[in-house]
Design a protein around this ligand. Structure first.
Ligand code: CIZ
Length: 304
């Protein structure tokens, strides 16, 4: 089936099944284009909780679809590509977190949304890259065990100086970790007038060379509101689609051609179509774990 036919079929099936499509900012352009909402995991989690469709097709990776299911247990949540996982979310499991918690019994436990449902279930509160600083500031303990992204942990530690942030060592996003200082030097020398905008999942040395550090949505908004007309973008290439659409007169350069997340690219129009047609691949979360993970997600959603 060619793409036009697939798009028509997807739209027909959406109506027939009372479904909505949510797509992460890192999805391929054609999947972003058929989505009802495109955003970061914070925006999409909130949207999933509010939508009254019976079916949510979550174009992203597994932990995102699971978060939608945790927040919307009565809806069918479908992940079009069943192999779309997140290596960062797999950096720590429940047993490792239990052991880490025993080392720091007086610390509050904050998990990044890029974590498994089991890890969310034994954390005090969850956060995303757009609200991490606010979430940490809201906690009335001075010691925070932060899992699993150590780069985001070090970014937060620079912003919230009155708390001790204990990172989970070795936890990082393999896509953002590919960027080297050599990539930064090359991009800056190729585009000397450009502002460099990066995600907090990059390492400190890259972050220290940036003009702005933020989540995907914050990077997209920054570029829209900036007076500058040229940008070097240090996050997964999927964000460029919206940025270019929103700002046809501005120029965007990917910091490195290595900024491609293979897991995010697994979802194609074909998978979305097949997911809607055959109800593939439905996400299930055992109720007992769901309720515990819900607690950490809801606490996050209460923070403005
Ligand atoms: O929070 C998210 O959705 C991720 C993984 C990145 C971002 O900044 O949007």
């Amino acid at each position: 089936m060619d793409n036009n036919i697939l798009v028509n079929e997807i739209n027909r099936l959406k109506k027939e099944k009372n479904a909505c499509i949510l797509a992460h900012n890192y999805q391929v352009p054609e999947v972003q284009d058929i989505a009802d909402i495109v955003g970061d995991s914070f925006t999409l989690s909130r949207a999933a909780a509010k939508m009254d469709n019976e079916v949510i097709v979550f174009c992203g990776v597994k932990f995102m679809a699971e978060s939608a299911k945790i927040l919307s247990p009565n809806k069918r949540v479908l992940l079009p590509s069943k192999y779309a996982g997140c290596p960062l979310a797999e950096c720590i499991d429940k047993d490792e977190l239990i052991m880490e918690k025993q080392k720091y019994p007086d610390a509050a436990v904050v998990c990044y949304i890029n974590s498994s449902t089991e890890v969310k279930a034994i954390s005090d509160i969850c956060c995303t890259s757009s609200n991490a600083v606010k979430v940490i500031e809201s906690i009335n303990k001075n010691k925070i065990l932060f899992v699993p992204d150590e780069n985001l942990a070090s970014f937060i530690a620079e912003k919230v100086t009155d708390k001790e942030i204990i990172p989970w060592e070795g936890g990082h996003c393999i896509t953002h970790a590919r960027i080297t200082i050599g990539d930064v030097k090359k991009a800056k020398s190729d585009h000397p007038k450009a502002e460099m905008l990066v995600h907090p999942e990059v390492s400190k040395v890259i972050r220290d060379n940036a003009d702005f550090v933020g989540s995907t949505s914050q990077i997209i908004n920054y570029a829209k509101n900036s007076q500058n007309s040229e940008f070097i973008i240090g996050t997964e290439m999927g964000v460029l689609h919206k940025m270019k659409n929103d700002n046809p007169k501005k120029k965007f350069h990917l910091l490195s051609s290595k900024l491609v997340c293979q897991n995010m690219k697994m979802t194609t129009l074909k998978e979305v179509h097949s997911s809607l047609l055959n109800t593939e691949h439905e996400i299930f979360v055992p109720e007992e774990i769901r309720l515990k993970a819900l607690n950490s997600l809801e606490k996050m959603l209460e923070i403005r």
